[in-house]
Design a protein around this ligand. Structure first.
Ligand code: BT5
Length: 320
């Protein structure tokens, strides 16, 4: 496509897309409405001069370097939760790799029905539909995998030093910038589909983070002191996610475990662990080959945990 100084002729587009040249022209007008700046020169064709810095199906898919992830992509201005939409799409039979993104969620969800604050245009509120050939007990590994993907992308794109608090929080300078919610539908010990929700605080300024969250949440912008392009960050995440996911499916969890441990928060330190039944002091050791958290209590007993809250500091302060 790129042999003519970046220009693509209307004829070429019309042939490739099997639409009329008038239809090509109409699509260009649509892109312009979407904020693209397009140059049209007679006998040379069209050239995109700049893409808008906003999120749309076009801006995310344009230049998206993936084989299967995000080829079906749904963008909404406002939704209750991208998770709910992804579940509906899954039930309609939409394929593995379908992505749902919203500018704003008015009922964003965390784990255990906790709320997830998702203000308009400030973050990445995204759900990925996956149809993995895994058994249900392996689903939590996808949460850990997603956490490593986010940590790697934040590092690639900045000097930030992310850490992963088991199982699903990405912290920067001890504050939460991102959370992951993995939900699945399974039957007969086989996963039917997984909806993996990713929430990232991207461009909030310090004043945008209020109330309870003020002391425990932050954004990429606050930590890096610069604005991030949301569409471009989504592209990087989708690219890195696909690569890591394919590797995990072909080679297993070991590589994810190693990367996870590189970013693991409070590993080797004393914390308070809380489950539904009890609360105790322990040292975090790392994660098990299956993704469970390994901890050692004060008597030296080691335990594997599949579901727990980790707390630390004064009065067991918890970064949630
Ligand atoms: C999570 O839950 O961290 C999972 C968050 C997943 C959000 C994504 S956005 C796209 C998709 N659609 C959804 O509706 N959800 C997913 P959990 O570990 O339970 O943490 C929830 C807790 O984090 C809350 O109780 C708050 O204390 C805190 N919190 C809420 N909003 C936050 C925010 N924007 N930034 C940092 N912390 C937040």
């Amino acid at each position: 496509m790129d042999k003519n100084d970046g220009y693509v002729s209307g004829q070429q587009l019309s042939d490739q897309l099997e639409i009329s040249r008038t239809a090509v022209w109409k699509h260009m007008k649509e892109l312009e409405k979407d904020g693209y700046k397009i140059e049209a020169i007679q006998r040379k064709g069209y050239r995109i001069i700049s893409s808008p810095d906003k999120v749309s199906e076009n801006t995310v898919q344009w230049g998206l370097n993936t084989d299967w992830l995000g080829h079906q992509l749904y963008h909404y201005k406002e939704v209750a939760s991208t998770q709910d939409i992804a579940h509906q799409l899954a039930k309609q039979g939409k394929p593995h790799g379908t992505v749902v993104i919203a500018d704003e969620q008015v009922k964003g969800k965390g784990r255990m029905s906790r709320p997830w604050h998702s203000p308009k245009g400030k973050g990445i509120w995204m759900s990925i539909l996956l149809r993995p050939d895994l058994v249900p007990v392996q689903a939590p590994q996808l949460t850990l995998l997603a956490a490593t993907v986010l940590a790697e992308v934040f590092i690639q794109k900045s000097e930030l030093k992310p850490q992963i608090k088991w199982p699903n929080d990405i912290l920067i300078n001890h504050k939460k910038v991102s959370g992951i919610l993995t939900e699945m539908q399974a039957e007969h010990d086989q996963i039917q589909y997984v909806v993996l929700g990713i929430g990232i605080n991207v461009n909030q300024a310090a004043d945008d983070i209020q109330g309870d969250l003020r002391h425990k949440a932050s954004s990429l912008r606050i930590e890096s002191e610069e604005e991030w392009s949301i569409a471009e960050t989504i592209q990087c995440i989708l690219h890195q996610f696909e690569k890591t996911y394919d590797q995990f499916m072909s080679q297993g969890f070991k590589k994810v475990k190693n990367v996870w441990e590189k970013y693991g928060y409070k590993i080797g330190e004393q914390v308070t662990i809380k489950t539904m039944k009890r609360e105790w002091q322990a040292e975090l050791i790392g994660i098990e080959p299956d993704g469970a958290l390994k901890a050692r209590d004060q008597k030296g007993n080691e335990e594997k945990l599949y579901s727990a809250e980790i707390m630390w500091g004064e009065g067991g302060y918890d970064a949630k």
